[in-house]
Write a protein that binds this ligand. Structure first.
Ligand SMILES: NC(=O)c1ccc[n+]([C@@H]2O[C@H](COP(=O)([O-])OP(=O)(O)OC[C@H]3O[C@@H](n4cnc5c(N)ncnc54)[C@H](O)[C@@H]3O)[C@@H](O)[C@H]2O)c1
Length: 254
C-alpha cells in the first residue's frame, strides 16, 4: 500500500517491535513520521533510518510528555497530525496473588492511563486534520480472559470501551478511532512475556503456534499493514472497531 505522501504520522512505543515496523512502513508509503518511545535512543535510532522523521522520548503515562510529543509533531510537520498510533504498552504475566502492586500499577499507568493521555493530546491535533485517524494497539487479551494475565487483560479490555466512546464523541468532528488487537506477535515483548511464566520460551512459542488456526505467529509486518489499512481512505467507513489480527486465536479453541 502506498499513498501516504504528505501525511503526518505519530507512533508511540516505536523504538521496538510493532511500533518500529509500523513507523518504517508509514515512511515507506510516503508519510513524515514522529517516532517516539520511553527509550529515547531507540526512538532516534529508528527515526535515523527514515527519510523524513524525528525521534523523541515520550513516556505515555505522563500527560506532559504526551502534550510535548504532539506539540513537537505539529512543529515538525508544519500541520496537524493525521494519524496517531497509540501503541506503547507493557506486558504483565504471572500469578495474581504474587504480583507486586507497584508492577500492577505500572501496567495500568502505561496501558490504560497512557492510552488515555496519548489520545487526549492526539485528538487536540487530529480534530484539525481532514483525514484524521486514531489507532490504538489493543490485544486479543482485550477480547477474552487469560489465566496469569489478569491485569494485562484488564488493561487491554479497557481500550475497547475507549475506542467505542471516542469514536462516538469524535466521529462528528471527523476523526475515526479504531484499535488493532494482535494475537501472539513475534517481538521482544512476546518473548519477555513468555519468559515470566515458562522455563523454556522456545517450547512455549511452539505450544502457542500449535494452538493457532493459521499455524504461525503474527509478524510485526502484519501489524504495520493493518495500521496502514485502518489509516487509509479504504477504511473511511470504519470507526469504533477493534480489528483482531491474531491468526485466528480469538475465534475459539481448535
Ligand atoms: N507482542 C505481542 O505478542 C503482543 C500481542 C498483543 C498486543 N501487543 C501490544 O503491542 C504493543 C507493542 O508491543 P510489541 O510487541 O511491539 O513490544 P516491544 O516491547 O517490542 O515494544 C514496546 C515499546 O513500548 C515502549 N514503552 C514501554 N513503556 C512505555 C511508555 N511508558 N511510554 C512509551 N513507550 C513505552 C518500549 O520501550 C518498547 O520500545 C503493546 O501495546 C502490546 O501490549 C503485543
Amino acid at each position: 500500500m502506498s499513498g501516504f505522501t504528505g501525511w503526518g504520522v505519530v507512533v508511540t512505543g516505536a523504538g521496538s517491535g510493532m511500533g518500529a515496523v509500523a513507523a518504517r512502513r508509514f515512511a515507506q508509503a510516503g508519510a513524515r513520521v514522529v517516532v517516539s518511545d520511553i527509550e529515547e535512543a531507540a526512538a532516534q535510532a529508528v527515526a535515523r533510518g527514515l527519510p523524513a522523521a524525528i525521534g523523541m522520548r515520550c513516556d505515555v503515562s505522563m500527560p506532559s510528555d504526551c502534550a510535548a510529543l504532539v506539540g513537537a509533531a505539529e512543529r515538525f510537520l508544519g500541520a496537524p497530525v493525521d494519524v496517531f498510533l497509540a501503541n506503547a504498552g507493557l506486558s504483565y504475566a504471572g500469578d495474581f496473588l504474587q504480583a507486586d502492586p507497584g508492577e500492577l500499577r505500572r501496567v495500568i499507568d502505561v496501558n490504560v492511563s497512557g492510552s488515555i493521555f496519548s489520545a487526549q493530546a492526539a485528538l487536540r491535533s487530529l480534530v484539525k486534520s481532514p483525514r484524521a485517524s486514531l489507532i490504538f494497539t489493543g490485544s486479543v487479551s482485550g477480547l477474552m480472559g487469560r489465566a496469569q494475565r489478569s491485569v494485562y487483560t484488564a488493561s487491554k479490555h479497557a481500550l475497547g470501551g475507549l475506542v467505542k466512546s471516542l469514536a462516538l464523541e469524535f466521529g462528528p468532528r471527523g476523526v475515526r478511532v479504531n484499535a488493532i488487537a494482535p494475537g501472539p506477535t513475534d517481538t521482544p515483548f512476546l518473548r519477555a512475556h513468555l519468559a515470566k511464566v515458562n522455563d523454556d520460551v522456545g517450547t512455549a512459542v511452539a505450544g502457542l503456534v500449535g494452538g493457532l488456526p493459521l499455524g504461525r505467529l503474527v509478524q510485526p509486518e502484519d501489524f504495520a499493514e493493518a495500521a496502514l489499512f485502518l489509516a487509509s481512505p479504504a477504511a473511511g467507513a470504519i470507526t469504533g472497531h477493534t480489528l483482531a489480527l491474531d491468526c485466528g486465536s480469538a475465534a475459539g479453541r481448535m
